[in-house]
Design a protein around this ligand. Structure first.
Ligand code: FAD
Length: 383
């Protein structure tokens, strides 16, 4: 989205606020909750409406873990960082469970477990090494040498404590529990920090004067500040969902092909399949979630026919896209803008916001309130 000089001509009312959060996805509303817990007054400004970015377009997998197989993550980030990220993921799920419990039944969820499945013998060997490395770290995962689904996979890792959620309901519940004010249809288009004490944020409806600003704009962050260029890479993901089926074809969240394919039954018994962007990378470096692309959707349909032939003739009721924000090294980014120290950010969730999001938001809030180091999420690692 862009804003013309006619839509916001500089005569918008000035509004003084304590904390201004930009973006009402799951990270924005969770950060709002933590700020409110610390006694701060919070306004969230959102260019669309609650959760209409990736946070209500995802698959709703509550999977503990990282963006890559455990042993590869150790090679890439080092053992200590991987342990920290794993704990952060466990803590994040603890927070989601707390929000869900406090919602009194308003959020559909189930602890159905997850299966990370191998599409090939080579991937099976990778899974075995990943599982053994996790077991050495006392993580209670189960390695299965054959396909528990009987659908032609070669091996699997089961994490029985993982689950699935209705992602839109989860964001709504967190927002309601946050007590923050949301201003929808209010795009931010310029941020300046004129002095040490306040930030000026120009939006379509208001010019905010804020003490503290937190950007929770994930994939869209580059549009707001050049600092994010080359650090947060917008990446589109697509999904399809069948009409409700007579029988459930899966009793857990499944994913495979190094995480590029994922599938689950929804709470109303639809088969949801997402992914396949690795076959069409040139089409998916996009910031548009208002369209799908035929080649990716054909790949998803082919996968459905091959692995779930019972649903091959089921009508496809819905197809959609969402934009993920991949951090350049795969770990979320928490920090403050180098030239605007009162503007913090919690972005780069790398397709795993439900795995790492709550603690990412919490660390950004603690950095802004107390100067606490965000640990492995510290964006200064990228220079
Ligand atoms: C198809 C798909 C499947 C996925 N599946 C899973 C999954 O199963 N499990 C999992 O853990 N993760 C999954 N993810 C990733 C997950 O959805 C994201 O990591 C998470 O939603 C990121 O949350 P967010 O709040 O940072 O971003 P978003 O939800 O995208 O929120 C950012 C918000 O900022 C707003 N915004 C941007 N710019 C401005 C501006 N200038 N002014 C005002 N507002 C602005 C946007 O409108 C948006 O609402 C998936 C993603 C997709 C797309």
């Amino acid at each position: 989205m862009t804003v013309s000089i006619w839509q916001a001509d500089g005569t918008q009312p000035i509004r003084e606020v304590d904390v201004l959060i930009v973006g009402a996805g799951i990270i924005g509303v969770t950060a709002a909750y933590f700020f409110k817990q610390a006694g701060r007054e919070v306004v969230i400004t959102e260019m669309r409406d609650l959760a209409l970015g990736a946070s209500s377009r995802n698959a709703g997998f509550l999977i503990t873990g990282l963006d890559t197989y455990y042993h590869h993550a150790i090679e890439k980030y080092g053992h200590a960082v991987v342990r920290e990220l794993w704990n952060l993921s466990l803590q994040t799920h603890g927070y989601w469970r707390q929000f869900i419990k406090q919602s009194n039944g308003a959020v559909l969820t189930e602890t159905c477990g997850s299966l990370l499945l191998a599409e090939s013998e080579e991937e099976a060997r990778e899974l075995e090494i990943a599982a053994r490395t996790m077991q050495q770290d006392k993580l209670e995962v189960e390695f299965l040498t054959s396909d528990p689904l009987n659908r032609g996979y070669c091996a699997a890792i089961r994490q029985s404590w993982d689950g699935a959620v209705h992602p839109y309901q989860l964001v709504r519940a967190i927002y309601e529990q946050s007590g923050a004010e949301l201003i929808a249809n209010n795009e931010v288009y310029a941020i300046t920090q004129p002095d040490q004490h306040s930030v000026t944020v120009a939006t379509r409806q208001y010019i905010f004067k804020a003490r503290t600003v937190l950007l929770c704009t994930n994939a869209y962050s580059c549009n707001l500040d050049p600092y994010f260029v080359g650090k947060v890479i917008p990446t589109r993901a697509q999904v399809l969902a069948t009409a409700p089926l007579k029988e459930s074809l899966l009793d857990c969240c499944g994913y495979s092909d190094y995480g590029y394919m994922y599938y689950r039954m929804t709470f109303d018994n639809r088969l949801l399949i997402g992914g396949a962007r690795h076959h069409h990378r040139d089409l998916e470096n996009d910031t548009m979630d208002d369209r799908i692309s035929d080649p990716v959707q054909r790949s998803l349909e082919r996968y459905l026919r091959e692995r779930f032939p019972e649903a091959a003739d089921a009508p496809i009721d819905r197809r959609w896209a969402g934009i993920m924000g991949f951090s350049v090294d795969g770990i979320p980014l928490v920090g403050t803008l180098p030239d605007k120290p009162r503007v913090g950010f919690a972005v780069g969730l790398t397709g795993h916001g439900l795995a790492t999001g709550a603690v990412t938001a919490e660390r950004a809030v603690e950095l802004l309130l107390n100067g606490t180091s965000p640990g492995a999420l510290d964006a200064r690692r990228l220079g």
